[in-house]
Design a protein around this ligand. Structure first.
Ligand SMILES: [Mg+2]
Length: 482
């Protein structure tokens, strides 16, 4: 038997199959079933962790230089790993016994769980779709149910993923029970609970084969997580599609942006980009407001005149007054980044009033040290309905480290009229920070997103808004980089 077909993109296959099931079974509860170990979590992290525990407990150094990349077997084949290391053979049995006794302790499960890159976002995406569920079908026994749920939910939390108890099926046969029968029983369990199982992701070819045999009509798409596995590759059902990375881009090509996220086209500024924006479906456009040093007029220009001097005196940036009028007529939302700060506020307000803006279509962004309390206050008095935003990068370590102090500062800023807080996507621990901000009831904007994959990941957090250059192709082709 040949290897399973190496589909260029197993996630694209899953998306297509899901689409198909949606149309074929409207109103039904669709369920995508995942194995856990080697499929969602990287079992190697647990193996490495337990072996290091061994070294510590026995004051040995067998695994001192062992890395994740060295581990090519599952936890059931630890002897294979020991044979590949310079460890005296007589010690293997003792290590293997200790490993077996310690690998599935609650501490080991909790401490060493590491999800594969992207898998929690893929799960989140399905959980966001109407009438769509993710079920877990694992060979782990009931004995570790509580710890399994606790550790997976801890991992999932910042991705907004949750795994409810009733959607976890475990091996009724206990440790070493018949896993193949258990996998099939899992399908029957979900079906009996009223779900239509449409796909199954597992890293063991023989588990996929067991499901195939139990599903003569091939309703369940079989996806092989090509990580590490014990069963022979020859056991792979010919229908199975293999993959080793969970990429959102292929999964979401057909999907809509979830929720009601306000999308903002970053740095519209130039005359050409303004024309593109006027044709685009994206409602909000962001403009950098600066003062032209020659004419003294307010213009929209991406770079400061000091950092990037004009090529010649003839170079002209679009006048803010003209741009505002055109955008108002087109019914577009305008986000103004007041780069020049406080000294421009009165003039900006005069121009927005002249263009007929009433506040609902306006959004102001500025640095707190440039606009100051005075600037934000003026803007919020003039336009109480407008969005007033600043970046909170400077607060990031405090939000996680001393949240009470951070909250005091945020309270001060909301007192100035600020009602939207912007988080750079590259910020360390951004998901925890965004989680905390939302816990405080504050609206978050995400900005500086490098590519479509990251953009899609950001949408799964359902922030209030996202400012990006890279707009989802289903909404609008991204403009070329400047
Ligand atoms: Mg597995």
């Amino acid at each position: 038997m040949p290897d399973a077909p190496r589909h260029a993109d197993w996630m694209a296959a899953l998306a297509a199959h899901y689409d198909d099931a949606r149309q074929r079974y409207p109103g039904e509860r669709l369920l995508v079933m995942f194995d856990i170990d080697g499929t969602i979590t990287d079992i190697r992290a647990m193996i490495l962790d337990v072996l290091r525990q061994y070294d510590r407990a026995h004051q040995t150094e067998h695994f001192r230089h062992l890395t994740l990349g060295d581990i090519t077997v599952s936890d059931n084949r630890i002897e294979g790993l020991l044979n590949s290391l310079p460890i005296p053979a007589p010690q293997h049995a003792q290590i293997a016994d200790w490993f077996s006794a310690n690998r599935w302790t609650p501490e080991a499960i909790y401490r060493s769980h590491r999800p594969y890159h992207g898998v929690l976002e893929v799960i989140r995406w399905f959980q966001l779709q109407p009438n769509t569920f993710v079920g877990l079908n694992t060979g782990r026994p009931e004995a570790v149910r509580e710890m399994t749920l606790r550790s997976l939910n801890a991992l999932g939390d910042i991705y907004r993923v949750s795994f409810p108890n009733e959607l976890l099926f475990m091996n009724p046969g206990g440790w070493g029970g018949d896993v193949l029968a258990s996998k099939v029983a899992g399908v029957r369990y979900f079906q009996a609970a009223g779900y239509r199982v449409i796909a199954f992701v597992d890293n063991e070819p023989e588990n996929l084969a067991a499901i195939e045999a139990a599903d003569p009509d091939h309703e369940i798409l079989l996806l092989h997580a090509d990580t590490i596995f014990d069963s022979r590759r020859e056991r792979m059902p010919s229908q199975a599609i293999g993959g080793d990375s969970y990429a959102l881009t292929s999964l979401l090509e057909k999907g809509e942006i979830p929720g009601k996220i306000q999308l903002v086209w970053h740095a519209v500024n130039s005359a050409r980009r303004i024309e593109e924006f006027l044709q685009a479906r994206v409602h909000w456009g962001e403009f950098d407001v600066r003062r032209d040093p020659f004419s003294g007029a307010l213009v929209t220009r991406q770079y400061s005149y000091t950092a990037v001097p004009p090529v010649s005196r003839e170079e002209t940036a679009p006048l803010l007054s003209d741009t505002l009028e055109r955008l108002k007529k087109a019914g577009k939302g305008v986000k103004l980044d007041l780069r020049a700060g406080l000294e421009t506020v009165d003039e900006v307000l005069a121009l927005t009033r002249a263009a007929g803006f009433d506040g609902t279509g306006l959004w102001f962004n500025g640095r707190i040290e440039r606009l100051l309390e005075d600037g934000f206050h003026k803007l919020s008095v003039a336009y109480p309905a407008a969005i007033l935003q600043c970046s909170i990068d400077f607060l990031a370590p405090l939000i996680l480290g001393t949240p009470a102090k951070a909250k005091e500062i945020l309270d001060m800023l909301t007192g100035w009229g600020l009602n939207r807080f912007s988080v750079r996507w590259q910020t360390l621990n951004k998901r925890q920070i965004i989680r905390q901000m939302e816990g405080w009831g504050l609206e978050v904007n995400i900005f500086e997103i490098p590519n479509l994959e990251q953009f899609l990941k950001a949408t799964l957090l359902l922030p209030r808004s996202i400012t990006a250059d890279f707009i989802h192709p289903g909404l609008q082709e991204p403009p070329a980089a400047p």
